[in-house]
Design a protein around this ligand. Structure first.
Ligand code: NDP
Length: 449
């Protein structure tokens, strides 16, 4: 292991996801570091892995039984070289500093790839919205914002949603920010339509991922028509991935949540997708109910004894992991390959572990890392910020056309960069180098700050 990675591990104990994300980037950019001596002179590597600011805070709120609850809140302002910090908030019991640091680190390069002026950040809490009443979620969001508001602002740091933070939570967070600051600004993205939100923002990550995958298929002269697709998750990203796949003539056959997955032999059609959206967004139920509603589907519960996820062990052409980090391990990757997978495009952040990534790359399938393929969400957040600044709204056709163009550019840039560095079609190398170079050049230009 290199001295750099050894020192990183020693300095960031107990943060395996952060080490994993940095390792993946570092291995891609070695040729750039060797070629460009300015990067070493300005010590860009050691600087870019250190958050510019990391805020941890206590969040206290009262539950419906009148009991006082305590959670931990975070905001990580990772890098502001090319724009205000930008990145989502995650509310999930697994949230800790290491997970948020990996997400904030990935966000730096993802945001750079969009071509929009956005730095990297991420935040959240170990609060679990599952099973909480609307009133409890509101009180938690208000308590969270009572501290966060002093660290963010439209020209400083603009948070958005992520796991456990959707339209409802953004509404409560925005309301509290507005009350505390007594100003109406575009300080959060993912806002509701009619109060600063952008059309297509809810759809953007899933749609953008499918657009990216469509670009990859185009390079081998194929389309989505008739392709069977595995999708994990059933939240925001998964839902709109399935919707766009259906529009392009593919057949999505799976969806999941943390209790298991459904496999629908006949495919998830528009009506069945409506059922998932109502189940998850309104009734907040479990995916198992899908199999009770549709005879063509089976529900497979999570089996903690297995060292692989059976969702990834079905015959399919394409896979769209859209739930969470490290949901595909080496065994899952090999199962996908054995079942004839041609394309894996990541909706989630870092859903494939390092072993899985290496298996995809060595088998020469079309593989897109999340920092390129799921950048459509933050890109459309960037478009929401522009609309807020201009104080106007674009039509959904206009926003979707811009999203499509941004995904096409990211794909073209990653592909061209992979070719330039002698790893043609390796989108990991292409995306990492293209994103890194933009940020590193800005850091060099701005001096030692
Ligand atoms: P949601 O909260 O809407 O949905 C998350 C889905 O993943 C749910 O089905 C959830 O199941 C499942 N899930 C979450 N954690 C786990 C876990 N530990 N094990 C198994 N299943 C899990 O989140 P999003 O759809 O917004 O986010 C999904 C992924 O996409 C994340 O990796 C996120 O970082 C990434 N992403 C999201 C963007 C966005 O715009 N929203 C932008 C770019 C990336 P359950 O309900 O049971 O917890």
């Amino acid at each position: 292991m290199s001295d750099f990675l050894q020192a990183l591990k020693a300095k960031n104990p107990g943060e395996p996801e952060f080490i994993q994300a940095v390792t993946e980037l570092y291995e891609s950019i070695i040729p750039v570091l060797d070629k460009n001596t300015a990067l070493r002179k300005h010590n860009i590597l050691d600087r870019i892995v250190e958050p510019e600011r990391l805020v941890t805070f206590r969040v206290t709120w009262t539950d419906d039984q009148g009991k006082v609850q305590v959670n931990r809140g975070y905001r990580i302002q990772m890098n502001s070289a090319i724009g205000p910090y930008k990145g989502g908030l995650r509310f999930h019991p697994s949230v800790n500093q290491g997970i948020l640091k990996f997400l904030a680190f990935e966000q730096i390069f993802k945001n750079a790839l969009t071509g929009l002026p956005m730095g990297g950040g991420k935040g959240g809490s170990d609060f679990d919205p599952k099973g909480k009443s609307d009133a409890e979620v509101m009180r938690f969001c208000q308590a969270f914002m009572a501290e966060l508001y002093r660290h963010i602002g439209p020209d400083t740091d603009v948070p958005a949603g992520d796991i456990g933070v959707g339209g409802r939570e953004i509404g409560y967070l925005f309301g509290m920010y507005k009350k505390l600051r007594n100003e109406w600004t575009g300080v959060l993205t993912g806002k509701g339509l009619g109060w600063g939100g952008s059309l297509i923002r809810p759809e953007a990550t899933g749609y953008g991922n499918v657009f990216f995958a469509e670009n990859m298929l185009e390079t081998v002269g194929q389309t989505f028509k008739g392709k069977r697709c595995l999708v994990s998750g059933s939240g925001n990203v998964a839902q709109y991935t399935i919707e766009k796949l259906l529009q392009l003539g593919a057949t999505p056959v799976t969806a999941s949540d943390s209790s298991g997955y459904i496999y629908d032999e006949k495919g998830i059609d528009t009506k069945k997708l409506e059922f998932i959206m109502d189940l998850k967004n309104n009734r907040r139920g479990r995916i198992a109910e899908y199999a009770d509603a549709f005879a063509s589907a089976v529900f497979v519960p999570v089996d903690a004894k297995l060292d692989y996820n059976p969702l990834w062990n079905h015959k399919a052409d394409c896979a769209f992991p859209s739930a969470t980090q490290n949901e595909i391990n080496g065994k899952d990757a090999q199962n996908l390959i054995n079942n004839g997978i041609q394309l894996v495009s990541e909706g989630a952040n870092m859903p494939s572990d390092l072993e899985a990534v290496n298996i995809f790359l060595s088998n020469n399938i079309l593989y897109a890392p999340g920092k390129a393929s799921n950048a459509g969400g933050v890109a459309t957040s960037g478009l929401e910020m522009s609309q807020n600044s201009l104080r106007l709204y674009w039509t959904s056709e206009e926003v979707e056309a811009r999203l499509k163009a941004i995904m096409r550019n990211i794909h073209a840039e990653a592909l061209a960069t992979s070719k330039k560095y002698g790893h043609e079609r390796n989108y990991v190398v292409g995306a990492n180098i293209a994103g890194f170079e933009k940020v590193a050049n800005a850091m060099i230009a701005q001096g030692v700050v």
